[in-house]
Design a protein around this ligand. Structure first.
Ligand code: DC
Length: 229
């Protein structure tokens, strides 16, 4: 079967990565979580003291972008790709509330987006890739054969994030998470460079009341249709 490019965009915590990961494994494609790349840059900035009083030292970060080396390596135990930053596995560290609270500001910086988009396009050159994010169907792969735009209500997304963090043993508060989800929606939708929006040719999926199995079935149907076209 011919290899295609699959772009899965949508709001934060709406289950995009679960869908994308499962599908990639099922069809033998590479899965890339583009949000993890913005999270890794955020972790770099936090670890290197580039946030002061919540503000980013933008010129310093820009001058150090070549020092931010991001890679994905498959964990043999889970079969899933982990995010590495400068030779260290940071898969857990990039999912904390601290990183979530700062990442939208980093993802709004044009020089960060340029660097990430360049790397993402290089990763997808051979097709056979499922990438999830906010601008994959609009900016990274505007010619993707299958584009999906996923939505769910902010309350449902906050509950999912809450359950996920609790399961990892983190002390979290539902109200804080809902506030973070709403803030990120606002920043992602209103930033100047590549704001979050549905590509004209993307198929919308509201998964508020769908199970993971239902989503998977729906997505596989779309994949088979896209391959047949
Ligand atoms: O999907 P996520 O929540 O891990 O994404 C983290 C942040 O990165 C989120 O605030 C939006 C941003 N992002 C982006 O701007 N463009 C992408 N392609 C992916 C994520």
């Amino acid at each position: 079967m011919k290899k295609i490019t699959i772009a899965i965009d949508g709001y934060s915590s709406c289950g995009k990565s679960t869908m994308a990961k499962d599908m990639a494994r099922e069809i033998g494609y590479t899965y890339i979580d583009s949000g993890a790349m913005y999270r890794a840059v955020t972790l770099y900035a936090l670890k290197n003291g580039l946030f002061r009083d919540g503000k980013i030292d933008v010129p310093e970060l820009e001058s150090r972008m070549d020092d931010v080396r991001i890679a994905f390596k498959t964990d043999p135990a889970t079969g899933r790709p982990d995010t590495w930053l400068n030779g260290q596995n940071v898969e857990r560290d990039i999912r904390t509330m601290e990183v979530s609270g700062h990442v939208s500001h980093i993802a709004a910086l044009p020089f960060v987006r340029e660097a990430m988009v360049r790397q993402q396009q290089a990763m997808g050159r051979e097709k056979g890739i499922v990438m999830d994010g906010r601008d994959i169907g609009t900016t990274v792969f505007p010619d993707a054969e299958l584009k999906v735009f996923v939505t769910a209500s902010p309350e449902i997304r906050a509950q999912r994030r809450y359950d996920e963090l609790k399961a990892k043993g983190e002390q979290v508060d539902y109200a804080d998470i809902l506030c973070n989800v709403e803030q990120r929606d606002y920043i992602d939708r209103n930033r100047e460079v590549s704001p979050l929006r549905k590509a004209a040719d993307a198929i919308e999926l509201d998964n508020s009341h769908m199970t993971i199995a239902q989503q998977k079935e729906w997505l596989m149907e779309q994949y088979h249709k896209a391959c047949a076209e």
